[in-house]
Design a binder for this molecule. Structure first.
Ligand code: ATP
Ligand code: MG
Length: 268
């Protein structure tokens, strides 16, 4: 299916970012930014260093609370959502710097992503703090799903290896696995290919496309490599100094004068 068909106007909006402003003291990281993410699309968020891209993902998954604006996820306002609520609600993410438990195996790291989905785990977050543990049926279903993820990402050979011993490219793949273990509807990827060699990059591109195709997962992708952005994304939003400066198809933003100026460091 072409990107144009995939992003036809009849597509359901999965997430709306509405007039978000986020400051850290005097630093205005995001200024009045709005855009939407359609169900099933790969939406790239690009911009120079310090543009506010990671901050935006942190707002979307509830890690930061904006001073102004709101996030609508599947039509419902999520202004003060917390990260574990975002995860249980179907939003998963990976981090700009690998954030795995280095001493734990690949399998156990991916299982931690699965725990966010477990009913009884959610029970344990109730005020009573009673932890019943998963039922046997839940446990089997969780294991089966985690094995599917391991199979899908072709990491069977490293399932028992502590992730701290793995090369960087594989650690990033395990981190993707941990996010996928939660069966997210919306997957937030913060520079999943940064620091990778060409072969690792090509593998990661293939996995991102396959996740989108095979599971229908909606993806927001921060990426600096413009070739990757052009190849993978349906639509691109461009941030610069916390402001949205362009929004459109990869071809549209590539030829946008504001975008060209921002990357050349021309101030407005
Ligand atoms: N926790 C924080 N406390 C203070 N300032 C912050 C914090 N997080 C981000 N910032 C500032 O907000 C601005 C945007 O940062 P952010 O990390 O979102 O940019 P980015 O587009 O992801 O950049 P990069 O491409 O380098 O990852 C920067 O000026 C940064 O210094
Ligand atoms: Mg960043």
């Amino acid at each position: 299916m072409s990107a144009a068909e995939r992003t036809g106007s009849d597509r359901e909006v999965m997430l709306s970012v509405e007039n978000i402003t986020l400051s850290f003291g005097a630093v205005r990281a995001i200024r009045d930014v709005s855009f939407d993410i359609l169900k099933g699309e790969i939406r790239a968020i690009i911009g120079p260093n310090g543009a506010g891209k990671t901050s935006m993902l942190n707002v979307i998954n509830g890690f930061y609370h904006p001073q102004q604006g709101q996030i609508l996820f599947r039509g419902a306002v999520r202004r003060q959502m917390r990260p574990h609520e975002a995860a249980a609600g179907g939003i998963a993410r990976t981090f700009q710097n690998v954030a795995l438990f280095k001493g734990m195996t690949t399998l156990d790291n991916i299982m931690t992503g699965r725990n966010l989905k477990m009913k009884s785990w959610r029970t344990s977050l109730l005020p009573a703090m009673i932890y019943y543990g998963p039922t046997q049926r839940e446990e089997i279903a969780n294991r089966e799903h985690v094995e599917r993820v391991i199979d899908f990402l072709e990491i069977e050979a490293i399932r028992k290896v502590p992730v701290g011993r793995l090369p960087y490219g594989l650690q990033k793949r395990v981190e993707l696995g941990r996010a996928l273990a939660a069966e997210p509807d919306l997957l937030l990827l913060d520079e999943p290919m940064a620091g990778m060699n060409l072969e690792e990059k090509q593998d990661m591109c293939r996995f991102v496309l396959d996740v989108n195709d095979e599971f229908g997962t909606t993806i927001a992708l921060i990426e600096h490599d413009m070739g990757v952005v052009m190849d993978l994304s349906d639509r691109v939003v461009v941030l610069d100094h916390g402001e949205k400066i362009a929004d459109g198809t990869p071809d549209e933003v590539k030829n946008d004068q504001n975008v060209i100026d921002a990357y050349l460091g021309v101030s407005h």
